[in-house]
Structures are given as structure tokens and as C-alpha cells.
Design a binder for this molecule. Structure first.
Ligand SMILES: Nc1ncnc2c1ncn2[C@@H]1O[C@H](COP(=O)(O)OP(=O)(O)OP(=O)(O)O)[C@@H](O)[C@H]1O
Ligand SMILES: [Mg+2]
Length: 252
């Protein structure tokens, strides 16, 4: 496994947020962590990224114990739920920020930045300041900023939550395409079942800090191990592709 979480625990004020969480992610895999608000998704992601220290447990990345490694030393790029953009910089400056520490001159950084802005449909706002663009646009800037460095591991915390349905579907497709093309290992957090079913190679379903089920979309949908998951997913008919991917979701 490329990423391995072993018995991670995190409590806040004596209240458990993540409990004995163990799971592995293969290299190049897209894992969706699916669960309702407050179930511990962001806490889990923050521990993987190094922004939050677990109370106990181990995080292995590419065979290395990174549990106590500071975030900037991990080969990990994070799209935060709150975006975390630099407010005093333009859209393009935000997107190209991570290239500063790599071998890119200004022109190359600009060219690559524009390519990623095109990808998220914001090339025409390259010189706008962050406060001049909408929440959904900020979310796309955050996405471009994380992907531009072509990270080995990309952590995404509900990165499409503020987009309208059409844009969300398009960005979902782009994200999946890039993930495959650049062979990025992704951990994608969402509370949206459809999004998880469509995007994921495997889904980790969480509830109250616990991992309820880990499996392919088809396994989780067809053989939910728990009533909560069954009722959560059971409202839809799904047309499956031969490779086990979701072709179409029909709402009953
Ligand atoms: N810094 C903190 N201090 C105290 N409690 C916290 C802190 N961060 C998270 N929690 C608590 O831990 C639990 C898990 O929170 P977390 O943010 O991981 O949930 P989540 O699954 O990301 O939810 P959402 O879908 O709403 O983003 C919640 O009960 C939350 O109130
Ligand atoms: Mg969260």
C-alpha cells in the first residue's frame, strides 16, 4: 500500500473524533471518504496531511513513517475545505505559488498556471484578486493550486461542494481524468453519495469517527455491511459498466 493508516485516534476535549481508523490506499488509487457532517473526515485528512497530530496510531507513506513529519516535508498537496488561499495575491499568483520552490522560471510558471486555470474554467480571471471572485471560483483556484504541483498524494476536502450541478459534473470528470493521467493518489472527502460512487476506486464509509465499510462502489452499494449505509445509498438505481464503474445513476 502507498498510504497506510494504522489505528489512528484523535479526540478533542475528551470526545473522540476519529477512532481506531485503519485503512490503506494503493498507489494511483482514488479513495473517497464518505460520511455525514461531523463524522471525522476533515480530522482524518488533516492527520494525513500533517496539520493535526494523532493521539495515537501510525501513518505510513511510501513505506516511510511520516506520523511526526511536518506537513511541508510530506509529498502531499491539500485542497482545504476552507480553501486556504492567499488573499493578497491574484488568482494566477495563487495557482503558481507551489512552482516557486521547483525549477520553473516566471514565463514557464505563468504558462503552466494558465493551463491549470483553463482546466478549471478561470483563465479569464487570472489577474483578479481573491476577494473579487466568488466562493465557487475560489474553490476552483484552490483545486488548480494543488494539482499544478503534480503531487504524489493529493488530499481533497469536499473540493466541489460550492459549485453548481453542471460545473460540478464537469470538474468531477476533469479531476478523474487528471488523476489517471498524472497517476496521482487521491483521498477525496465528500458527504455526497453520488460523487463518491462516480469518482471512487474505493469508498471508505465513516460514521461517528469509525470506519463502517471499505470497498469498491459496487461492493458498498450492493452489499452494504450496515443499515445506515444501505439506507444512505439504497435510493438509487445504478447502471454499472463492465469494469465496475458507474455508468449512470437513476434516482428512484
Ligand atoms: N479543532 C477542534 N476542536 C474541537 N472539536 C473539533 C475540532 N475539529 C473537529 N472537532 C470535532 O470533531 C468531530 C469531527 O469533525 P470533522 O471536522 O473531522 O468532521 P467532518 O466529517 O469533516 O464534517 P463536515 O462534513 O461538516 O466537514 C466533530 O464532532 C467536530 O465538532
Ligand atoms: Mg469537514
Amino acid at each position: 500500500m502507498y498510504l497506510e493508516l494504522e489505528k489512528l485516534n484523535k479526540s478533542f476535549d475528551g470526545k473522540s473524533a476519529v477512532c481506531d481508523l485503519s485503512l490503506g490506499v494503493e498507489r494511483g488509487e482514488l479513495l473517497c471518504i464518505l460520511g455525514s457532517s461531523g463524522c471525522g473526515k476533515t480530522t482524518t485528512l488533516n492527520m494525513i496531511g500533517g496539520f493535526l497530530a494523532p493521539d495515537s496510531g501510525t501513518i505510513l507513506l511510501d513505506g516511510q513513517d511520516v506520523t511526526n513529519m511536518p506537513p511541508e516535508r510530506r509529498p502531499v498537496s491539500t485542497v482545504f475545505q476552507s480553501y486556504g488561499l492567499f488573499p493578497h495575491m491574484t488568482v494566477l499568483e495563487n495557482v503558481t505559488y507551489g512552482l516557486k520552490f521547483r525549477r520553473y522560471n516566471r514565463a514557464q510558471a505563468r504558462e503552466k498556471g494558465m493551463k491549470y486555470l483553463e482546466l478549471v474554467g478561470l483563465a479569464d480571471r487570472a489577474n483578479a484578486h481573491i476577494h473579487e471572485i466568488s466562493g465557487g471560483q475560489q474553490q476552483r483556484v484552490a483545486l488548480a493550486r494543488s494539482l499544478i504541483v503534480e503531487p504524489k498524494l493529493c488530499l481533497l476536502d469536499e473540493p466541489l461542494s460550492n459549485l453548481d450541478a453542471a460545473l460540478r459534473a464537469r470538474m468531477r470528470g476533469e479531476l478523474k481524468r487528471l488523476q489517471r493521467e498524472l497517476d496521482i493518489t487521491m483521498v477525496f472527502v465528500t458527504h455526497d453519495q453520488e460523487e463518491a460512487l462516480i469518482l471512487a476506486d474505493r469508498i471508505a464509509v465513516m460514521e461517528h469517527g469509525h470506519l463502517l465499510q471499505l470497498g469498491t462502489p459496487e461492493e458498498v452499494y450492493r452489499e452494504p455491511t450496515n443499515d445506515t449505509i444501505a439506507s444512505f445509498l439504497g435510493l438509487k438505481d445504478i447502471v454499472w459498466g463492465e469494469d465496475g464503474s458507474v455508468m449512470k445513476i437513476i434516482r428512484r
